[in-house]
Structures are given as C-alpha cells and as structure tokens.
Design a protein. Structure first.
Length: 147
C-alpha cells in the first residue's frame, strides 16, 4: 500500500494533469474523466502532440499522468487499443477537435463514446465522462482518493 507521501504526490500529479484516466480491460475502454476544463486539457494534449512534426514517425509516443500508462502515439491508421490512442497526426488533430466539440455540447453526467468517430474498427473505445466544474481528478483514483 502506498504511503501518504506517495498518495499526496499522486494527487498533485492528477491535479496538474487536470483530468483522471483509467483503462478498463473488461469493458475494453479508456475512460477520460473530468470537468469541461479538464477535458479541454485532454484535447490540448492531443493537439500539442499532433502539432509536433517530430512525432510524425510511426511508433512515436508520449506518456501522461501520474502512472504514465496513458499513451498518445503515431500510427498508420487511427486506433484505440489497450496500449494506446494513436493514429496519423492529422487524425489525432481531428480527434482533438472532436473532443472539444463534444464536450462543448455536453452536460455534467454525460458519457461520450468516441470510437465510432475516431477509430471504428478499434478493439477499445475512448469514453469521455463529463463531471461538474468542482471535480477533483484524484477523487476518481481509488488508490489515492482518501485525503
């Protein structure tokens, strides 16, 4: 069991990231959970990655968050797998726009699946869960949610 010092550091990292994520292998989905602002941060991370020409080679990737298992990467076609969310840079730019558009029209409590609009043939889904503006990302992390 992690120490309280480790848990506090993890809480700080979630807050810095601005949203919570988890991969549910039984449901075959990536969950990105946050307030509208936090999910905008997720869209900006994708856009920043896709706007960097150094990321154009296949298999380039970046890891995010306190556990570093959320991976955005470059691949020949859009895909969402247990490994990553990836695609050609132009497809990732489109994904960031889709995320922005979908959360702009969403309300707290909405659950927005994105596989069909980004990577319909993928084995995993990418699901945005909209929370209210007071959402604190570490509160969704079972491992460190206790203050």
């Amino acid at each position: 069991m992690p120490s309280e010092t480790t848990n506090e550091a993890t809480r700080r990292q979630w807050r810095k990231l601005g949203f919570f994520y988890d991969r549910d292998d039984s449901a075959k989905e990536w969950k990105i959970v946050g307030s509208r602002e936090g999910l905008q941060t997720f869209a900006h991370i994708i856009r920043r990655y896709a706007s960097n020409p150094e990321n154009s080679a296949l298999s380039e990737h970046d890891h995010y968050g306190p556990y570093m298992y959320l991976e955005i990467g470059t691949w020949s076609q859009p895909q969402i797998t247990n490994h990553w969310i990836a695609g050609p840079l132009d497809s990732l730019l489109k994904l960031s726009s889709i995320v922005e558009q979908r959360i702009a029209a969403a309300s707290a409590g909405d659950r927005l699946p994105l596989r069909s609009t980004f990577a319909p043939a993928s084995p995993y889904d990418l699901v945005l869960e909209i929370r209210d503006d007071t959402f604190d990302p570490p509160s969704a992390d079972y491992n460190c949610s206790q203050p």
